[in-house]
Design a protein around this ligand. Structure first.
Ligand code: NAP
Ligand code: HSE
Length: 439
């Protein structure tokens, strides 16, 4: 049997501690599968005294991830701390520069400087693996980087944040408050250290940016993603969507258009009978539309210690099985230097259906004015209904409009016109509608 693969784990939180437990309890099976043992020889975290639920006394403790990357006797540096900058960035660069393989689950870091890191890895002839960075345990990176070679991809989209899907599902099915659901997602280890990244859509945007690069061969452009989170979604929206035959999901979507690549993250109404609408709780789903294969939908656990550690472990096992000096699959699917400049399609040109919920004062002419604003902007309506505000003593009424496919720019102009009418009570709610092809 070949020499053991020595790994150093930086970060022993939800994911790092799960990984250490799995490596410890499954060491014999892993050695047989990989043809060599995998040993944890170095570890680091902030608090040395904390019980991690696993015996790590045989591993050398380092006071900082940077020191571990520079000095530890390891073959693989496993970064499971998080953060787009700081210790994660410095230690990953140090490890790659030293010629160590790196495995990370850090989508924020990759979204910020993944191309640069890929270039260092390629120059040093080492692997930079990051399966766990997108959609938890779903092997979507491997699918894009290897299995779909030769396909031209036209659209990739999905539910990529377990915390948001967990919140939306429990709000809808159990009527729980947004805050209570978020707290539970944090307790279960799904949320980011700063959960704003989850609920405001940044985490989905980081993941989408990585997928866009793998799918379309362009440089990572996380700062050019249209972004809306779910903090603005009320139980009223969820119920109204259900009445119309839809469910609300936070989707990340990247698609080729005539003017460039459209990348967007926003709450989305999907038809109730589509497969993606049935994806509940912490589960994620990624759909890929390509010319040779057709439609592929991958569904699985999107967050949590074991689900994420499973993907990290797969990356480590790939390194354990790889031969020194062997040809490497480029980190981002294509050599970093050949990635094309990202050309952004403007959000104003997005075309699709829209749900618009207005709370209006109950005055004569309001309904007609709303319809006029729609007509003046060339928007064709699928439905328009007016409802009394359930139980409310005020004279406010709710108007719900669903449009046929129209341009984002037209909807923005129509909503601006409605806002100028001085009959609104509260901000209009606008939710885009997505119709998955066959799924
Ligand atoms: P976590 O529970 O907050 O754990 C972070 C770990 O990193 C802790 O052990 C912490 O030390 C250590 N750490 C943080 N800053 C450090 C520093 N400057 N120096 C040394 N150690 C440091 O986070 P997590 O949920 O495991 O997530 C880790 C990474 O995986 C993140 O990039 C996250 O986005 C990604 N990820 C997480 C999930 C998930 O479901 N949780 C899924 C996919 C990807 P202490 O324990 O001593 O505080
Ligand atoms: N906070 C992330 C989520 C972890 O909820 O999906 C997995 O990337």
């Amino acid at each position: 049997m070949a020499d053991a693969l020595k790994i150093g784990i930086a970060g022993l939180g939800t994911v790092g501690a799960s990984l250490a437990r799995i490596l410890t309890t499954r060491s014999n099976e892993l050695a047989i599968t990989c043809g060599r043992a995998i040993e944890i020889t170095a570890v680091t975290a902030r608090d040395r005294s904390r019980d991690r639920g696993v015996d790590l006394s045989r591993a050398e403790w380092f006071v900082s991830p940077e020191e571990m990357a520079e000095k530890a006797d390891i073959d693989v540096f496993v970064e499971l701390m998080g953060g787009a900058e700081g210790a994660a960035d410095r230690s990953v660069r140090a490890a790659l520069s030293r010629g160590l393989h790196v495995v990370t689950a850090n989508k924020a870091l990759l979204a910020r400087c993944g191309v640069e890191l890929a270039a260092i890895a390629e120059e040093k002839g080492v692997l930079l693996n990051f399966e766990a960075a997108v959609a938890g345990g779903i092997p979507v990176i491997k699918a894009l980087r290897e299995s779909l070679t030769g396909n031209t991809i036209s659209r990739i989209y999905g539910i990529m944040n377990g915390t948001c899907n967990y919140i939306l599902t429990r709000m809808e099915k159990e009527g729980l408050s947004f805050e209570a659901c978020l707290k539970e997602a944090q307790r279960l280890g799904y949320a980011e250290a700063d959960p704003t990244f989850d609920i405001e859509g940044n985490d989905t945007a980081h993941k989408l940016a990585i997928l866009t690069t793998l799918a379309f061969g362009t440089q990572i452009a996380a700062d050019q993603i249209y972004l809306e989170g779910i903090s603005n979604i009320s139980i009223e929206d969820i119920h109204a969507a259900a009445d119309l035959g839809y469910r609300i999901k936070l989707l990340g979507v990247a698609q080729r258009t005539e003017s460039g690549i459209e990348q967007r993250v926003h709450p989305t109404m999907v038809p109730h009978d589509s497969v993606i609408a049935q994806v509940d709780g912490v589960t994620n789903a990624v759909a890929i539309e390509s010319d040779i294969l057709g439609e592929l939908l991958m569904v699985g656990p999107g967050a949590g210690g074991n689900a994420t550690a499973s993907a990290v472990l797969g990356d480590i096992a790939d390194i354990a099985k790889s031969r020194p000096g062997a040809q490497r699959v480029p980190v981002l699917g294509k050599p970093a230097a050949t990635l094309e400049v990202y050309q952004q399609a403007k959000m104003q040109s997005h075309e699709g259906g829209y749900f618009i919920r207005l709370t209006v004062l109950d005055r004569a002419g309001v309904f007609a004015n709303v319809a006029t604003q729609m007509a003046q902007n060339g928007i064709s309506l699928e439905s328009i209904v007016q409802r009394a505000n359930g139980g409310s003593a005020s004279d406010a009424k709710t108007i719900i409009l669903v449009t046929h496919a129209t341009m984002e720019d037209s909807v923005r102009k129509a909503v601006a016109g409605i806002k100028g009418g001085n009959y609104l009570s509260g901000e209009p709610q606008v939710i885009r509608i997505e119709r998955p092809k066959a799924l």
